[in-house]
Design a protein around this ligand. Structure first.
Ligand code: FDA
Ligand code: NAD
Length: 427
């Protein structure tokens, strides 16, 4: 048995939703496009899962956050796909792909063939077992990647009212979940191996600000170490985490956010792989010209960084790579190479920051670290290549993005230091 489509999107996450909207706007016909997703719901804005979805009051629930509301665009409900003749093959895992034959085989054994394939398989959460720790399948240990994980996390949180949680990992998931747990009146201990939180992006000074804010809300940080095992009760529930130095941290629940791996396995040996992702060119085309890669799974050349190949794990990149791939498929002669300014953001408690570019080179901090409006520029070879701002408004965020996009040349570092945000606003 089998079905055939002109266009197939493999994966039903953020990138899939934005690609579908772009296909429909570019006139894809009924029955030409299909999305295959292991998830049982239509594409949604994944960032909501660690923010609005976890709120104790008026939490966000589907259908409110289907794509593409995150970019203030149309909300694609299941009905939208029906009305546009786009087939949603949900709850269906693709178990193998053959790019030479242009076919995918689902776990149920169905063959789906395509003329053009967009791979949007995203990533999976790393498991503690991959670091030698056993028992993370306990009922009160939570990971967070998809809607099912988020629903489970809400249930576990609700069963821990006024209790304690240990958060493993000091990255995005760790920080956003710790904030959500606090908001749900759960006392949090964060454990991570680095010297400060968000080590992939934050400088020690920036991290210090957020850690101070978390501490003021009762969060306890245990830094520079990892857990080695869990202690369980007779029903298998985790009751404590044991750290490398033997410290025992009693807990009612655990949230784990220790990074991700891109879902490339279906294409290993078939497509070029780089930086842990499927390597694509400036039109998001892989080493097979009928196959495109977008979102977390794609490693693409970033013009701004001298066309260095990067794999970005952020929603803005997923949205824009998806739209760009579709433009390249539907109007190849009119589509230039992707020119992307990397953009990351987060919101926790009443804080909100944005970052543009790359965080390498000399750092210049600016602003009021006590008052909560501050930032940093990253300078490389005399030019601004990265910028961070906490507590900005739209005009200010646009200004820092602009100085990075232009790679503004700095003649006098002390002037940038002195003027801070104003330097971007008046450049
Ligand atoms: P995504 O993971 O969204 O989708 C992949 C899809 O492919 C899934 O539906 C999956 O089931 C499916 N799939 C995979 N293999 C399959 C197979 N073999 N067969 C069928 N289906 C398959 N970023 C940011 O910039 N700001 C933010 O605030 C946040 N917040 C945030 C919160 C949480 C909880 C997470 C997990 C992530 C974020 N992110 C984020 C990151 C952002 O969500 C991420 O970069 C995008 O979702 C990537 O979009 P993709 O479509 O590439 O993958
Ligand atoms: P991450 O890469 O941001 O952080 C991983 C963290 O894991 C590290 O900071 C480190 O502290 C910790 N770690 C690594 N090995 C460990 C070990 N053995 N034991 C304990 N801790 C260990 O990854 P994440 O926080 O898991 O986030 C997953 C994905 O979700 C990322 O792609 C991220 O970009 C995305 N996400 C993004 C946002 C956002 O952009 N606002 C929010 C949530 C999730």
């Amino acid at each position: 048995m089998g079905r055939a489509f002109v266009y197939v999107i493999l994966g039903g996450g953020v990138a899939a939703g934005y690609a579908a909207l772009e296909f429909s706007r570019r006139g894809v016909g009924p029955g030409e496009l299909c999305i295959i997703s292991e998830e049982t719901v239509a594409p949604y804005e994944r960032p909501a899962l660690s923010k609005g979805f976890l709120l104790p009051e008026a939490p966000a629930r589907l259908p409110a956050f289907h794509t593409c509301v995150g970019a203030n665009d149309e909300r694609l409900t299941p009905d939208w796909y029906k009305e546009h003749g786009i087939e949603l093959v949900l709850g269906t895992r693709v178990k193998s792909a053959d790019v030479r034959r242009k076919t995918l085989i689902t776990a149920m054994g169905e063959t789906i063939s395509y003329e053009v394939l967009i791979v949007a398989t995203g990533a999976r959460a790393l498991k503690l077992e991959e670091f030698g720790v056993k028992g993370s399948d306990a009922v009160n240990v939570c990971y967070l990647r998809n809607l099912a994980d988020a629903s489970r996390l809400v249930n576990v949180m609700q069963s821990c009212n006024d209790g304690n949680a240990v958060v493993i990992g000091g990255g995005y998931i760790g920080m956003e979940c710790a904030a959500a747990l606090v908001t749900n009146r759960i006392k949090v201990t964060m454990v991570f191996p680095e010297a400060h939180c968000m080590a992939r992006l934050f400088t020690p000074k920036i991290a210090d600000f957020y850690e101070g804010q978390y501490e003021s809300k009762g969060v306890n940080f245990i830094k520079g170490t990892v857990l080695t095992s869990f202690e369980n009760d007779s029903e298998g529930k985790v009751t404590a985490v044991i750290l490398k130095d033997g410290t025992r941290v009693p807990t009612d629940m655990v949230v784990v956010g220790i990074g991700i791996r891109a879902n490339t396995a279906l294409f290993d040996g078939q497509l070029a792989i780089e930086k842990g992702g499927i390597k694509v060119n400036g039109r998001m085309q892989t080493s097979n010209s009928s196959v495109y890669g977008v979102g977390d799974v794609a490693a693409f050349p970033v013009k701004l960084f001298g066309s260095d190949i990067r794999r970005l794990e952020h929603v803005d990149s997923a949205r824009k790579t998806a739209k760009h791939a579709v433009a390249g498929i539907m109007a190849p002669e009119k589509t230039a190479d992707f020119d992307y300014l990397p953009f990351f953001y987060s919101r926790v408690f009443s804080f909100s920051w944005q970052f543009y570019g790359d965080n390498v080179g000399q750092v210049i901090h600016y602003g009021d670290f006590l008052g909560g409006k501050f930032g940093a520029y990253w300078l490389d070879k005399g030019r601004i290549i990265g910028a961070f701002l906490e507590g900005g408004n739209r005009e200010e965020y646009e200004a820092i993005a602009k100085v990075v996009k232009r790679k503004t040349t700095i003649k006098d570092v002390s002037e940038v230091e002195r003027r801070g945000l104003d330097y971007a606003l008046r450049s």
